[in-house]
Write a protein that binds this ligand. Structure first.
Ligand SMILES: *Cc1c(COP(=O)(O)O)cnc(C)c1O
Length: 258
């Protein structure tokens, strides 16, 4: 397999948020009611049936986390067990076989170790982004749950998301809803993103950084900003973030967020 760049060719300080093939990924398969042991493979592609429910029915979910190099050179993951739990909850929502949580944590550690040379040095702002995903595969024509599934992880080194630190940016309140009440909003599934791109595009052509999504039931409260979580700190220093009980009230049609 061709790898176009080597870790030693990278400038960690100016690294962007793009995909770099590191040459090693993780794959595990679910068939006949059980997961195989999974393994590190030297490929960054997958071959699946054209009838895979991930392709037609959106039966998939994913996670995102990072490995951080510390001052003493060791490598840390932040609450990887919580990502394992959330992937299992997402899988349950779209009826995919959950990947066992312990195996998830081990797989993340294994793939990070296998890609050790790609973990950016401490102090550069860069990190190793880790993207676990779970997709329904196999030959499914009707609308039925997946009987086969693939769990994979790719990693790729990324630079700091906000390069010049935090800058004020204008956001536009979207006309579109992102996830219905009692829908898939609390699951980390690709469909929630697919339904957000049109709003994001509209915001950009109108010179906004991105779109704000309101709660679909009342359209009076902020639920999500683009592809990111939203929080606010009030004048009284209260941290406010959307959850099932409390939403941040929309005060005006254009908000300036940092
Ligand atoms: C993953 C995700 C986020 C970020 O959540 P983290 O807990 O920081 O990973 C925010 N919004 C949506 C819709 C997401 O899927």
């Amino acid at each position: 397999m061709e790898i176009s760049v080597k870790p030693q060719d990278l400038n960690w300080e100016t690294l962007g948020f793009g995909y770099i093939n590191t040459g090693k990924s993780f794959r595990a398969y679910y068939k006949d009611g059980k997961w195989d042991g999974g393994q590190v493979i030297e490929a960054n592609t997958i071959t699946i049936s054209e009838a895979s429910p991930a392709v037609h029915l959106g039966k998939q979910c994913f996670e995102g986390l990072k490995a951080y190099r510390t001052k003493d050179g060791s490598v840390n993951l932040f609450r990887v067990d919580e990502n394992a739990k959330r992937l299992a909850r997402s899988a349950d929502q779209v009826m995919l076989p959950p990947y066992p949580e312990d195996a998830f944590v081990e797989a993340v550690k294994e793939i990070v170790r296998a890609n050790e040379e790609w973990i950016p040095p401490y102090g550069t702002g860069a990190t190793l982004y880790i993207r676990p995903f779970l997709i329904g595969v196999g030959d499914i024509v009707g609308v039925s749950p997946a009987s086969e599934a693939l769990f994979g992880i790719y990693v790729t080194p990324v630079g700091a998301y906000f390069k010049g630190g935090l800058q004020p940016a204008p956001f536009m309140v979207s006309e579109y809803d992102r996830a219905a009440p009692r829908g898939t909003g609390s699951a980390k599934v690709g469909g929630n993103y697919a339904s957000s791109f049109k709003a994001g595009k509209e915001a950009q052509v109108n010179n906004f950084a991105d779109s704000i999504f309101l709660d679909p039931a009342t359209h009076t409260k902020i639920e999500e900003v683009g592809a990111a979580n939203f929080f606010a700190i009030t004048e009284d220093d209260v941290f406010v973030t959307p959850n099932h009980r409390q939403f941040y009230q929309v005060l005006q049609s254009t908000l300036y967020c940092i």
